[in-house]
Every structure is written in C-alpha cells, then in structure tokens.
Design a protein around this ligand. Structure first.
Ligand code: SME
Length: 159
C-alpha cells in the first residue's frame, strides 16, 4: 500500500509534492493502465473539490475512457467534440471556468461546473488527456494548469 499524505499550505508546494509522488509511483513501471490508474487515484486523493479525475486515451484517433475516479463517464469522445475533444484536436490545455458556457461541452456528470483538460503528448503524438472536473465554478487557476502540465510531462514518459 502507498500512503501519500500530501497536505501543503500552498498550491506550488502541493503540486511539487504531487509530482514527486507521481514520479515515485510510476518509476520502473511500463504498464500504461497501471500508471494511469494510480495517477487518477493519487490526483483524486490529493486535489480538493473534484468530482471526476482521470484519463481519456487516444485509441486510433478517438478518445476512449481510461482509468478514473468519480462517476461512470461517457466512453468515447471524438476529436473536436467537447472539452476533451478540443484538447485532443488542438493539443492545447483547455481550462474552462464555466462548462455551461462552452459550446459542445459533454455533461457526463451534472455536478460539473468547471473543467481542466491537459493533453499528454510524446514525440508530437497525443497519448491521452488528463481530465479534471469540479463542482466549483472557476476551480482551476494558472497554478493548477502549470501543476497539471508537469504531471502530464511525467506521464508522457510512463504511458
Ligand atoms: N466534460 C467532458 C467529457 C468527459 S467528462 O467530464 C468525464 C467533455 O466535454 O469533453
């Protein structure tokens, strides 16, 4: 059992500790399902105010749900559809303060109000996206975006 107790006073320290824990969890393990499953659990346990945390994988040019924590979710998302599909199509982070104002947002859980989606890219190829949903409007800040980009960088070597 891993017992990571990450309780930092500020977000910079929180993400620093989260990145270190993730590095440790995936070290030496090449299996992408194992690594994304543990990453979803670690993020879920560490970051407050989330109602979904997990991955959509690039399976032949379509996003297919991967390991996650939260309520059962939509299984397949086409590139260009919804917030995840926008991240997949553009390879750009999508930080949405109010998902109800995002044209085409796919509501997997009616409780979601804001969302952060970070592409995980290796050698220019999309491997997956990290998707975080929150019931709080504008839950995700610049610091969350920077912190999650670091997590995506770690995972790009572990998928
Ligand atoms: N809201 C996402 C769909 C995935 S769920 O949030 C888990 C979207 O619009 O792509």
């Amino acid at each position: 059992m891993y017992d990571f107790k990450i309780a930092a006073a500020d977000k910079t320290t929180l993400y620093h500790d989260l990145a270190s824990a993730l590095e440790g969890l995936v070290a030496g393990e090449p299996d992408p399902v194992a690594n994304t499953a543990n990453a979803a659990a670690l993020i879920w346990e560490t970051l407050p105010d989330l109602n979904w945390a997990g991955f959509y994988r690039n399976v032949g040019g379509e996003l297919v749900v991967g390991p996650f924590q939260g309520r059962p979710a939509c299984i397949r998302i086409k590139f260009g559809e919804g917030v995840c599909g926008a991240a997949a199509a553009t390879l750009q982070v999508q930080r949405i303060d109010d998902v109800h104002a995002f044209a085409g947002h796919i509501a997997c859980d009616a409780a979601s109000n804001s969302e952060l989606v970070v592409p995980i890219v290796r050698d220019g190829q999309l491997l997956a996206v990290l998707d975080l949903d929150s019931p709080k409007t504008a839950r995700f800040t610049d610091e969350d975006e920077a912190g999650c980009l670091k997590l995506a960088e770690i995972l790009a070597k572990a998928l």
